[in-house]
Design a protein around this ligand. Structure first.
Ligand SMILES: NC(=O)c1ccc[n+]([C@@H]2O[C@H](COP(=O)([O-])OP(=O)(O)OC[C@H]3O[C@@H](n4cnc5c(N)ncnc54)[C@H](OP(=O)(O)O)[C@@H]3O)[C@@H](O)[C@H]2O)c1
Length: 152
């Protein structure tokens, strides 16, 4: 998070190259991305196609079935996953999608033959709910996790 980066940058001699954080259309963390970019730190998106959104208990909120994303995918003859990966890449992020299925791994690599328009990128930006899917970073303390880093 922004304050963690600030604390870190106050004490380190080597600026980190990459900050791996949760980023997908439903949770975008633009302020963390901007803070990293100010210091040349690349944002790497985990759960880049929203994997963490597939298992929510209440309503079904999978990014793969989002109407905006599906419509953009249909317009380009691509899959929703490919559209999300393209959105990340065109905005300069690194992505680490995970699949256990060879045909999906191939699909997730095949994202370099089309471009989303500025309007399409903006309509995916507008899907941000600002609701985190993963654990709250501020709740990860020495007390709660109990793993001391001697060098820290
Ligand atoms: N640093 C951290 O705290 C952190 C936290 C979470 C995750 N990660 C890393 O981030 C990587 C990705 O995160 P993630 O696995 O949570 O989410 P993800 O890559 O956004 O989504 C993975 C899910 O999407 C499915 N999938 C993959 N490609 C697809 C496609 N083309 N079409 C339809 N479904 C597709 C996968 O199912 P199938 O396998 O059945 O294809 C799986 O259910 C993981 O490798 C993990 O190591 C890091």
């Amino acid at each position: 998070m922004v304050d963690h980066l600030a604390q870190l940058l106050d004490v380190v001699k080597v600026v980190p190259t990459v900050n791996q954080i949760e980023v997908h259309p439903y949770f975008q963390q633009r302020e963390v991305q901007a803070a990293g970019a100010e210091h040349g730190i690349l944002t790497q998106a985990w759960s880049p196609i929203g994997g963490i959104t597939f298992y929510r208990e209440s309503e079904h909120t999978s990014t793969l079935e989002d109407r905006t994303i599906v419509a953009i995918a249909e317009a380009h003859g691509k899959s929703p996953a490919q559209v999300m990966l393209r959105w990340h890449l065109q905005q300069g992020r690194s992505v680490i999608p995970k699949s256990t299925k060879p045909h999906r791994i191939a699909e997730n690599f095949d994202v370099f033959g089309f471009d989303l328009t500025a309007g399409e990128l903006a309509s995916i930006d507008a899907l941000d709910t600002r609701k985190r899917g993963g654990p709250e970073p501020d709740a990860i303390t020495l007390e709660s996790f109990g793993r001391q880093i001697p060098e820290a």
